[in-house]
Design a protein around this ligand. Structure first.
Ligand SMILES: [Zn+2]
Length: 339
């Protein structure tokens, strides 16, 4: 089969090969013919080799949608021809985390935050991928591939994060990087949960995704939030941009507010004054990925979700697709159209 594959870490080592062996399935696996793959900064991390990669040579790609080609003997929920998306956490299903709907934190899935299909197993930048049946979920016939390839990471991550904050109707939700991959999904989900969404973004189109207000000046976010909420400040702030926006994002949180993150794009070491934390009774919340229940909830609400695609590449152009992630003019998702 054809695949984007590297035998040692480094983008320069990523090659398109036509004679890669098709993955074998066990009795409990399904073989998926990949249709489309989402491209994320995480795939860049995988190829750079800063985390432990298995196996080598390695096929990256953590966001995958396709069609079932073959099923193992003990597979009962899925059949050949089903369109599916891949829940990309490696988990055993039996530890205390898995049993309490925290599969992404599985104690036996590998070191924290590395238990990801595409990192510790081969991923979806290939014509075929094999995954356990428990990782594959059927999607509606009319669900577009572009959205399907955006559920496993790009939508599940902010969905879980917002659920962690127990966001309520009419609360003010401030989203940093609202027009980014996860940001545009967070904006839609926040709106669906009934919040008043304040998008911090330079893109006006985020209004079409449910933003009630847009703040374009990253230097004056707290000041603007103060104006928009008439001094109340935000009930929930979602900020995964890291240190560069930390001060403005924390200063935007109001009484009994929640500040949530699932990333630290510009750096993770921030300074916190504990008095400002306890005096307003603020809760700081860390969030990673999401669970399978939330995954299926997203499939159920897929009719009401959309994504903005910037560019689609072919599998032959996998390297260009990964490099395009860092293009200044990028304005929407990057996807790989595999077949
Ligand atoms: Zn587990």
């Amino acid at each position: 089969m054809k695949a984007a594959i590297f035998d040692k870490p480094g983008m320069e080592n990523l090659k398109i090969k036509h004679d890669v062996e098709q993955p074998k399935i066990t009795d409990y696996d399904v073989l998926i013919r990949v249709k489309m793959a989402g491209v994320n900064p995480f795939d860049h991390v995988t190829i750079s080799g800063t985390r432990e990669i298995k196996p080598l040579p390695h096929i990256p790609g953590a966001e995958t949608t396709g069609e079932i080609e073959k099923i193992g003997e003990h597979v009962s929920r899925l059949k050949k021809g089903d369109r599916v998306i891949v829940y990309n956490r490696v988990f055993d299903g039996t530890c205390d985390m898995c049993l309490t709907q925290s599969e992404m934190l599985c104690r036996n899935g590998g070191p924290l935050n590395t238990n990801i299909i595409g990192l510790v197993t081969n991923g979806g930048f290939a014509e075929y991928i094999a995954v356990p049946e428990k990782n594959a979920f059927k999607i509606p016939d009319d669900m577009q591939c572009e959205l399907a390839a955006s559920i496993p990471t790009t939508t599940l991550t902010p969905y879980h994060a917002l659920k962690q904050t127990a966001l309520k109707i009419d609360e003010f939700l401030v989203i940093f990087g609202a027009s980014g991959n996860t940001g545009m999904m967070a904006t839609q989900l926040g709106k669906k949960m009934g919040a008043k969404v304040i998008a911090v973004s330079k893109q006006n189109w985020i209004k079409d995704f449910g933003a009630d207000y847009i703040i374009t000046d990253y230097e004056r976010v707290a000041e603007k939030v103060n104006e928009l909420t008439q001094g109340k400040m935000a009930d929930v702030v979602l900020n995964s941009l890291g240190i560069q926006t930390w001060e403005n994002s924390f200063a935007s949180v109001g009484l009994n507010g929640r500040w949530v993150t699932f990333g630290g794009l510009t750096g993770a070491d921030v300074k916190l004054n504990v008095q400002s934390l306890y005096s307003k009774q603020i809760r700081l919340i860390g969030s990673t990925g999401g669970n399978r229940k939330e995954f299926t909830e997203l499939i159920d609400m897929s009719k009401e979700l959309k994504t903005r695609v910037w560019k689609k590449f072919s599998l032959d152009e996998a390297k260009e697709a990964l490099q395009a992630l860092f293009a200044k003019e990028r304005d929407g998702r990057i996807l790989i159209n595999v077949s």
